[in-house]
Design a protein around this ligand. Structure first.
Ligand SMILES: NC(=O)c1ccc[n+]([C@@H]2O[C@H](COP(=O)([O-])OP(=O)(O)OC[C@H]3O[C@@H](n4cnc5c(N)ncnc54)[C@H](O)[C@@H]3O)[C@@H](O)[C@H]2O)c1
Length: 405
């Protein structure tokens, strides 16, 4: 079989995760044939670090998408660029892997992104309506050009979530409630601080994972039980920004790394599904102790608690920072002193090799993957309904189509 040819857009944190995961797909030869990013030196550094020698390295991502002979365009750029690159790839007949979240509201797109001001203060009803239009545009172009769309929601593939599914399938109970969340003490990415790049704060960046997983699980439950998915119905949410409360504290009293500008750093939502069950979702940029990814199921005949991170498979102790200074314990740990939750394989536990394997396999057999465009769009709808709920103080229904009224 010919190798599957990948062209990367973006060379940051997510791109490295994807490039590492491609190497772990069994029985398939995956070749990175092209890499683009904003700066050539970043592309070169990425290729050196990942030990790859693509045919093309470039700063012209649109030209690469159009002209490169690639099976998959892998979009690992800040969220405000996802839609334009995905649309360009579909028009060029290329299959797509797109990082989460699919898209969002990023302000007036006729103004260069660097010059946009205060996007986070735009009316959230306008945001929701604009985002729905954007999702519809993406769906139409993908359907027209019949390309495969892999939505890189790794929680769908994380072994703890797969285990939840196999236990639920055995017990045949009903999911009454999901409680879940992602938290840490602030993103490494400068794009995370501003709405114009990320489309929001903690809720969209981190909440997209537990929201995506909750939507996936209820959809799956409905299909195995009754042959049709259980869809999201409505959400009530709160978002807030803690940063201002911290700015006057002495340095030793403030270990939070996030520096949000016009975005929230904490959020919670209660998502109701069509069958009246709920998911309680937390996403926080102001939580110390390393990344915390968890999802609990409260079922009609079982209770299951899953930790994707912060689990105690390997507990490592060091009396000071010195002993583990060259070691890696867990993502976003503030310190390596004291006890650490040292994940043996963070990538495996988080599901990255399995999502990439599913996307590549889907391209080979020409079928949409488990984490697909529908999940991407539904997650985006829930997120922007949550922003509107937080602003208005009201429960907001999740639009079934692409209009909100
Ligand atoms: N699934 C996950 O666990 C996970 C983890 C981190 C990030 N992400 C997602 O991945 C995406 C990228 O995040 P990141 O953390 O890798 O960010 P990053 O800042 O580490 O990297 C972004 C990369 O995109 C490049 N870039 C920026 N603007 C560009 C443009 N207009 N055209 C081409 N390249 C451009 C930058 O030069 C950089 O190489 C985001 O959507 C984020 O939500 C997902």
């Amino acid at each position: 079989m010919e190798p599957i040819k990948i062209a990367f857009v973006g060379t940051g944190f997510a791109a490295k995760i994807h490039a590492t995961a491609y190497k772990q797909i069994p029985n398939v030869d995956v070749k990175i044939v092209a890499v683009s990013s904003r700066k050539k030196e970043n592309v070169k550094k990425f290729c050196e670090e990942m030990k790859i020698g693509p045919e093309l390295i470039t700063t012209d991502s649109f030209d690469m998408i159009r002209s490169m002979n690639a099976d998959i365009i892998d979009i690992c750029t800040p969220t405000h660029t996802h839609s334009e690159y995905a649309i360009e790839a579909a028009k060029a007949g290329k299959n797509i892997i797109c990082e989460k979240p699919l898209t969002g509201f990023f302000g007036d797109t006729s103004i260069p992104v660097e010059d946009r001001q205060d996007v986070g203060n735009v009316d959230k009803l306008i945001m929701l309506e604009e985002v729905l239009k954007e999702c519809e545009k993406i769906k139409q172009v993908i359907e027209k050009h019949q390309v495969i769309f892999g939505y890189a929601e790794n929680w769908v593939y994380a072994p703890p979530i797969s285990k939840i599914k196999s236990l639920l399938q055995a017990a045949r109970g009903k999911i009454l409630e999901i409680r879940c969340g992602e938290s840490h003490s602030g993103s490494h990415s400068k794009f995370a601080a501003e709405w114009k790049y990320t489309g929001g704060g903690a809720l969209i960046r981190m909440g997209s994972h537990p929201i995506g997983a909750s939507l996936h699980l209820k959809q799956w439950e409905g299909i195995i039980r009754d042959g049709h998915p259980i869809l999201p119905h409505s959400i009530i949410a709160t978002t807030t920004k803690n940063r201002e409360l911290l700015d006057n504290l002495p340095p030793e009293q403030d270990c939070i790394q996030s520096r949000p500008k016009d975005v929230e750093d904490w959020s919670t939502g209660i998502l109701k599904f069509e069958d009246n069950t709920t998911a309680v979702i937390v996403a926080s940029d102001v939580t110390l102790g390393g990344i915390e990814n968890w999802l609990n199921i409260y079922g009609s005949n079982t209770r299951i608690e899953a930790k994707i991170s912060n689990n105690n498979t390997v507990m490592a102790y060091a009396p000071t920072e010195k002993q583990f200074k060259d070691a890696y314990t867990i993502e976003k740990a503030e310190t390596q002193a004291g006890w650490s939750y040292a994940q043996p394989s963070e990538d495996w536990m988080t599901g990255y090799p399995f999502e990439m394997a599913d996307f590549v396999r889907s391209v080979i057999v020409k079928t949409q993957p488990l984490s697909n465009l529908d999940l991407a769009i539904n997650t985006t709808k829930v997120i922007y309904a949550a922003y509107l709920s937080s602003e208005s103080g009201k429960r907001i229904h999740i639009p079934k189509n692409f209009t909100y009224s």
